[in-house]
Write a protein that binds this ligand. Sequence first.
Ligand code: KIV
Ligand code: ZN
Length: 517
Amino acid sequence: MSKNTDKNRVIVFDTTLRDGEQSPGASMNLEEKLRIAQVLAELGVDVIEAGFPIASKGDFEAVHEIAKTIDGPTICGLARSGREDIDRAAEALKPAKRKRIHTFISTSPLHMKYKLQMEPEAVHQAVIDSVTYARNFTDDVEWSCEDGSRSERDFLYRCIESAIKAGATTINIPDTVGYAVPDEFSDLITSIMKQVPNVDKAIISVHCHNDLGLAVANSLAAIKVGARQVECTMNGLGERAGNAAMEEIVMALQTRSDVLGYRTEIKTKNIMKASRLVSAVTGFTVQPNKAVVGANAFAHESGIHQDGMLKHAGTYEIMTPESIGLTQSKLVMGKHSGRHAFRVKLKDLGYSLGDNAIEDAFRRFKDLADKKKDLYDEDIIALVDDALMQVNNRIKFVSLRVVCGSTGPQTAELGLNIDGEMHKTEATGDGPVDATFNAIRELFPHDARLQLYQVHAVTEGTDAQAEVTVRLEEKGKTVNGQGANTDTLVASARAYVVALNKLLVKREKTAPAALSA
Ligand code: KIV
Ligand code: ZN
């Protein structure tokens, strides 16, 4: 990536597709990763960490495809310190115009002793060897000291100095377990700036986890004392309590530029689109009161606030909804709207779909318009996201008829297409949802446990579409699926099938413990 010449410019390194995907339940398929990468590029992120190529065939392919097709940002692949990991990352990144290898090893006493079972001297040598080796494939090498915030400082300074000497151009300091507090973390960055003699030859980056809800505060504290790259994810997705939320860092830097004085290249008007896409793909609904992108972030409930807003929006809004791409929810079209208007609407909402996907979405839009009188932006978003979820899946929902009511047994007649073949069955259950899920289990036997079943209405009214989230767990691996339909049971079946497809992808992944990052 080009040298950062503006001293107040902060590089945004997005790791939604790598650390974000490590969230329990958040696995994504190739198609979904490509769509997210495209939206991140439109958002203007500087670096996309596209995956961990050695983790699985799927991760390798995703990094490779993103490297091949996404133009603009630097594409980055993660690797542990071994040559096999670095070779795999280099191979996956080959087609990228701008590529970065990100190699890491733990430097804290706890991680070195128990996780790596390595002596500090061996870790120090691995830092030099890994960075030197990675430089054979690209000039852009990032080195991270995993659990950096709990490492002994003198050892950390030595490792950083050696990494830079070996050719690392970015040094990332992770607060891997979200343990740091802002003053302490900025003190760590300040002392690295002072104690590492060649620190001016690299960009200092931070990577904060949110276990204590301090990831964004820690990142901002680090920027104030010299960090010029932040690693973050859309909606704060990530391991455990997640990573620093990109939208919060970016909007804090923008809204409070008066006191902070830093800038990013993020086109903030695309934030909402990226947030919605990540939420739809992962099935992780954004909490209503989430900063910046939550449904209530710009809602004013109390009379006093509404009155103030009518007189001057600045009374209760510190940034405008438009600045993050939130436009008034509009009544859209009805059943007489044509293909052209539908295409224009999709473009307005930020979708760039191929002809087949548009045709499919248009058909579903017409069906929905027959059932529902008023159609809003949210309806279109839900139906398009639902349609996109079904693309390239082995198991596809085809049909459902349910008999339910106070006199049982509740019965579900289900049709699924599995690997291109139609299958039908009839099953009973304890209620219509149970009957529907039993039918899925009959047609595609599996042992996954249903961990979460959640229904949410997309808009108001009894004819609203239901958006259902299903979470399945199998041998410690969890996946989420979402489906939308005016019929809650159809939405439920679609969500379950999406989750099941994701589980099939996740089964291929190597055990996370062996790859802990
Ligand atoms: O949290 C962490 O330490 C990481 C590293 C791989 C950067 O994700
Ligand atoms: Zn992390």
